[in-house]
Design a protein around this ligand. Structure first.
Ligand code: NAI
Ligand code: PYR
Ligand code: MG
Length: 371
C-alpha cells in the first residue's frame, strides 16, 4: 500500500503521524511511505532519518493526498485537507466529529473511509489510541492549571502545593478515566488537596484502592459538582462519553459561586467541552476569562509536548496502520471489531452511532457501509 504522512497544519501542532521507526516497519513489509518534507523536523525527526528508513519525501501535502491510498495523520483534517481526500481513500487520524458539523459534512462529501483514533476500542473496554494522548493531556492539565493560577496569568495566586504553614490549593477533577487519573496523580505529586469525581462507582472504587486516603473520591452529580466547584482553585474537566458531545457539567451559573481567579482546564474540549462557558483555544492564546474565572481550553494539548506525544501516539497507532496496509481496509476492519469501532464515516455514510445522533444524520452500520 502507498501510505502518506503529511505535515500537521493545526496551530502549534508539531506532532507527526509516523516516526522513522514506523516507516521502517511498513517499508520492510513491502509498503511505500511518502512523508512531507520537514514533517518531523520541529521535534528532532530529520528528513534524513525518514529517508534512511525507506520513505520518499514529498514537497507538498497536495502531492501526498493525491497519491496515497491511506493518509496517516494526528489531528482532525482541516477544511483544505478534507477537500483533498478522495472516494475510497483511507484516513487514519483523530477526528472528534460530534462537536464538528463542518468537518463531518466535508468528510461525508469526500467519499473517503475515515477511521478515528479516539473511538478504536480494546478488549478491556478501553480506548487504546486515545489513552496515550489522554495520559499526556491529563499530566499537562495540572502544569497548565498551575501556570494559569499565577497572578500574572489572571489566576488567584495560589501555589498548588502550598508551603509549610499555608494550605495547598483545592483541585477538583471531573471524570476519573485516563485524563482524570493522570491529572490527579500530578496534582497529588505537587501536594494539592485533590478530589476526583466519576459517575462510575467501580471506577471510584478502583481509584480509592490505587491512591488510598490521599485522594478523595466523590460520586458525580450536579449537587456534588456545584459544591466542589465553589471551593476549588483549579477544576479539570476530564469526562468522556465515547464519540458523543461532552455534557455541560459546570454551568455559567456555577461560575458566580467560584473564587475570583480560579482556573478551569477543560481537557474534554475536543468533544465540545464539559463546562458551559468553554470554547476551544490554541497553544498560542490558551486562556480567556469569563466572570473572573480563567479558562484553559486547548483542543490539542499533547501538541505542546509534541516529541513525547509523537512517540506515545505512534507506539499505539502503528500496529493498526500496519494491519490496514497488509490486509487492505475491508479485511482489516472486518477481521477486527475494535478497529472497526474506529470507523466514523465511510463512503458518504456516518457509521458511528453517537456522531449520527448528535449531528442528525442517519446511522449506517460499518458492515453495511463497507460492503
Ligand atoms: N484537549 C486535549 O488535547 C485532549 C483531550 N482529550 C479528551 O479528554 C476527554 C477524556 O478522555 P479519557 O480520560 O481518555 O476518557 P476515559 O473514557 O478514560 O474517561 C472518561 C471518564 O469520564 C467519566 N464520566 C462520564 N460522564 C461523567 C459525568 N457526568 N461525571 C463524571 N464522570 C463522567 C467516565 O465514567 C470515565 O471514567 C476526552 O474527551 C478526550 O477526547 C484527550 C487527550 C487530549
Ligand atoms: C486526543 C487529541 O485530540 C489530541 O491528542 O490532540
Ligand atoms: Mg484534541
Amino acid at each position: 500500500m502507498l501510505v502518506g504522512v503529511p505535515k500537521e497544519i493545526k496551530n502549534h501542532e508539531y506532532r507527526i503521524g509516523m516516526t522513522p521507526a514506523g516507516v521502517r516497519e511498513l517499508t520492510s513489509q513491502g509498503h511505500q511511505v511518502i512523508v512531507q518534507k520537514n514533517g518531523g523536523t520541529a521535534i528532532g525527526l530529520a528528513d534524513e532519518q525518514y529517508l534512511s528508513a525507506g520513505a520518499e519525501m514529498a514537497d507538498t501535502a497536495e502531492e501526498i493526498f493525491a497519491r496515497a491510498e491511506m493518509i496517516v495523520k494526528v489531528k482532525e483534517p482541516q477544511p483544505n485537507e478534507c477537500r483533498m481526500l478522495r472516494p475510497g481513500q483511507i484516513l487514519f487520524t483523530y477526528l472528534h466529529l460530534a462537536p464538528d458539523p463542518e468537518q463531518t459534512r466535508l468528510l461525508i462529501d469526500s467519499g473517503a473511509i475515515c477511521i478515528a483514533y479516539e473511538t478504536v476500542t480494546d478488549r478491556n473496554g478501553g480506548l487504546p489510541l486515545l489513552a496515550p494522548m489522554s495520559e499526556v493531556a491529563g499530566r499537562m492539565s495540572i502544569q497548565a492549571g498551575a501556570h494559569a493560577l499565577e497572578k500574572a496569568q489572571g489566576g488567584n495566586g495560589t501555589l498548588l502545593g502550598g508551603v509549610p504553614g499555608v494550605a495547598p490549593a483545592k483541585v477538583t477533577v471531573i471524570g476519573g478515566g485516563v485524563v482524570g487519573v493522570n491529572a490527579a496523580r500530578m496534582a497529588l505529586g505537587m501536594g494539592a488537596d485533590v478530589t476526583i469525581l466519576d459517575r462510575s462507582l467501580p471506577r471510584l472504587k478502583q481509584l480509592d484502592e490505587l491512591y488510598g486516603p490521599g485522594l478523595k473520591t466523590l460520586y458525580s452529580n450536579t449537587e456534588n459538582i456545584a459544591s466542589l466547584v465553589a471551593e476549588s482553585d483549579l477544576v479539570v474537566g476530564a469526562v468522556l462519553i465515547p464519540g458523543a458531545a461532552a455534557p455541560h457539567l459546570v454551568t455559567r451559573e456555577m461560575l458566580k459561586t467560584m473564587k475570583p481567579g480560579a482556573v478551569l482546564v477543560d481537557v474534554a474540549i475536543d468533544q465540545g467541552g464539559c463546562f458551559e462557558t468553554s470554547h476551544a483555544t490554541t497553544h498560542q492564546d490558551p486562556t480567556y476569562e469569563v466572570d473572573g474565572i480563567v479558562h484553559y481550553c486547548v483542543a490539542n494539548m499533547p501538541g505542546g509536548v509534541a516529541r513525547t506525544s509523537t512517540f506515545a501516539l505512534t507506539n499505539a497507532t502503528l500496529p493498526f496502520a500496519v494491519a490496514l496496509a497488509n490486509k487492505g481496509v475491508v479485511a482489516a476492519l472486518n477481521d477486527d471489531p475494535h478497529l472497526r469501532a474506529g470507523l466514523n464515516v465511510c463512503k458518504g455514510k456516518v457509521t458511528y452511532e453517537a456522531v449520527a445522533r448528535d449531528l442528525g444524520y442517519d446511522y449506517v452500520a460499518a458492515e453495511q457501509a463497507l460492503s
